[in-house]
Design a protein around this ligand. Structure first.
Ligand code: NI
Length: 171
């Protein structure tokens, strides 16, 4: 495993629609392991392949249950993710992004979604997500479509140095 360099805005790879994953072989498995390691090292709660300069429809997410802060965070690896169901309710929340260091913004997202895609071996999967987990998935799926949170945010602001040191969800 190896850490990969995170691509920052502005960069073309962050703005392209990523390609479908069709080869679930060794190269993809190495990429997945590297992305997990990179996400944990930053630390972040999610990472999309374009953020490590690979234009593929692949995301990794690691986040704990909101209802149970004691529970260990759950790791999701999703290839070719798509949102198949959206709640009527939306909510605002503050987001950051490893590809836009030093900035945060308030973004409106669907409160609950259903994500369909494939796992790391190509087997179909379905994930129901709500709250922060749903927000992270929407943020990461945006990445593989060339969309950044600053495109959706009403307000974007610079984070103070001390604030960046505090633990907060960033992806
Ligand atoms: Ni991001």
């Amino acid at each position: 495993m190896a850490l990969r360099e995170i691509v920052t805005h502005p960069n073309d790879v962050l703005r392209r629609k990523a390609h479908k994953v069709t080869d679930f072989g060794k190269e993809l498995q190495t990429l997945i392991e590297d992305m997990i390691e990179t996400m944990r090292a930053e630390p972040g709660v999610g990472l999309a392949a374009p953020q490590v300069a690979v234009p593929l429809r692949l995301i990794v997410v690691e986040y704990g249950e909101e209802e149970d802060p004691e529970a260990p965070p759950k790791l999701y690896v999703v290839t070719n993710p798509e949102i198949s169901r959206f709640s009527d309710e939306m909510e605002r929340g503050v987001e950051g992004c490893l590809s836009i260091p030093g900035f945060a913004g308030e973004v409106e997202r669907y409160q609950e979604i259903v994500v369909r895609g494939q796992n790391r071996r190509g087997k179909p999967l379905k994930i129901k997500a709500r709250g922060w987990l749903a927000r992270i998935f929407q943020h990461e799926i945006d990445h593989i479509n060339g969309i950044l949170f600053i495109d959706r945010a009403d307000k974007v602001w610079k984070i103070e140095e001390e604030q960046t040191a505090q633990p907060k969800p960033a992806d």
